[in-house]
Ligand binder design. Structure first.
Ligand SMILES: Cc1cc2nc3c(=O)[nH]c(=O)nc-3n(C[C@H](O)[C@H](O)[C@H](O)COP(=O)(O)O)c2cc1C
Length: 311
């Protein structure tokens, strides 16, 4: 019975094979020689240290390889959560996978033309990876690189939120440099491609309590209802409230201090982050870049014409 158990154990087979191996026999002789040395011996100290490093390296490599699928799965689930959050669809107990599958459609957009790219599988397209691939990216001319990102992917992945076949909102990815880090996030717009629903930053390394306040729900709430594109240049432009913005250009920006809602132009302004003007400027710049001609302006011009249409 015991013999049977031993012979069915795969480790026994491995040990038997090792015992027959010439190199393993040499290793065993060396191991016994080293173990017989005194603890103060330099050779023993080095041999033990090297063995320990090898064992640790094997364990770490094994863990990295074995946990990779889990990490990839968690990352994808986290991204879905962020998208549902900016879409206003994330509530306590929401089943992320089914809510995402039911309500959100990912599409790939050609940034230059604003058209959908149908021959790329949107679920598999990774815009951040594409931005690093010379075959899939384009350099941004210095004078246009207000978000300080140097290159961008030719194609972007957008998310359409639908209810009963009608587009409720459009979620656009954005990124740009703050003070310490590149901030990655999403801006969610109404189907009019003009009114902000929400913003969130899911990856950034600004200082917690200063620039890191970009993730504060109270600050994020200030964005709801703001307008992206200048609808009029008077009187806001005259008063310097939407400087540099012509009609139809991105005017949305963070200002220093609090927005005075009684003043014209307030619809294009969001409170700056206290003590974090540099991050605030970074956020203004990245929003303006991605909503501009270099970003999603060509796309939004096209989808705006089909506002509320059944598709
Ligand atoms: C340790 C440290 C961390 C800081 N982190 C940020 C930051 O994340 N974002 C930011 O804009 N400013 C940060 N600042 C402040 C900037 O250096 C700069 O003073 C500030 O942006 C000016 O903003 P204010 O005019 O609103 O005070 C930090 C300063 C210190 C000393």
């Amino acid at each position: 019975m015991l013999e049977n158990k031993q012979s069915s154990n795969p480790l026994n087979g491995l040990c038997a094979a090792l015992d027959k191996n010439e190199n393993y026999q040499k290793f065993k002789v060396y191991r016994d020689k080293v173990l017989a040395l005194g603890n103060d011996s330099l050779e023993k100290t080095i041999a033990i240290a090297v063995s320990l490093c090898l064992v640790c390296a094997v364990l770490v490599s094994f863990a990295a390889v074995a946990l990779k699928p889990l990490q990839v799965g968690n990352k994808a689930a986290d991204m879905k959560k962020n998208i549902l959050d900016v879409a206003g669809l994330l509530e306590e107990g929401t089943n992320v996978d089914s809510a995402f599958a039911d309500k959100i459609e990912a599409k790939v957009v050609d940034l230059a033309t604003g058209d959908y790219v149908d021959n790329i599988n949107a679920d598999e397209f990774d815009q951040r990876k594409a931005a690093k691939d010379p075959a899939q990216n384009v350099a941004i001319p210095k004078d246009k690189d207000i978000a300080h990102i140097r290159v961008k992917a030719k194609y972007a992945k957008v998310f359409i939120v639908k209810e009963g076949g009608v587009t409720k909102s459009i979620i656009l990815p954005m990124h740009g440099y703050g003070l310490w880090s590149t901030l990655y996030g999403f801006l969610s717009l109404d189907a009019d491609g003009q009114t902000v629903q929400s913003i969130n930053f899911y990856d950034q390394a600004e200082t917690p309590g200063l620039g890191g306040e970009v993730v504060n729900p109270n600050w994020r709430a200030l964005w709801k209802g703001k307008k992206v594109y200048a609808e009029t240049d008077q009187p806001s432009l005259e008063k310097g409230l939407i400087a540099e913005a012509d009609i139809g250009e991105p005017a949305l920006a963070l200002i220093k201090g609090s927005v005075d809602t009684s003043k014209p132009g307030a619809q294009y302004q969001v409170d700056g982050l206290a003590g974090a003007t540099l991050t605030s400027n970074g956020v203004s710049n990245l929003v303006r870049y991605w909503m501009g001609e270099e970003g999603f302006a060509p796309y939004l011009k096209k989808v705006r014409t089909v506002k509320g249409a059944k598709s």
